[in-house]
Ligand binder design. Structure first.
Ligand code: ZN
Length: 106
């Protein structure tokens, strides 16, 4: 719901200005309120999570892209992106350990 920046009263989206205090309702405020009302899940974070179950590096890359996009757009999916990124790094650690062991065994 859009609220007045001056008096915090709930605003009807059709109003051009707040009927309580007369402050002009800026279109951005209404757009932001609409975005808050129905936040989409960032699709890159979902891709990152899927990749996190397949392998490391792509999940890390997509996870960071998703986090950057979510920071910019305020979309949902931050937890998904963090989980995907962490899983990606865990993959990487496992790969490094396996590689070191394999190299040490030569
Ligand atoms: Zn007001």
């Amino acid at each position: 719901m859009a609220t007045c920046a001056t008096c915090s009263a709930e605003l009807n989206p059709a109003w051009r200005f707040c009927v309580y205090c007369g402050t002009a309702v800026t279109p951005t405020a209404v757009v932001e309120a609409a975005a808050e009302q129905k936040p989409r899940v960032n699709y890159v974070s979902v891709i990152a999570l899927i990749l996190a179950f397949v392998g490391g590096v792509p999940a890390i890359a997509f996870g960071h892209i998703a986090l950057a996009q979510i920071k910019e757009t305020g979309e949902r999916g931050r937890t998904i992106a963090i989980v995907a990124t962490v899983l990606g790094y865990l993959w990487l650690v496992v790969f490094v350990i396996l590689f070191v062991r394999w190299a040490g065994g030569l």
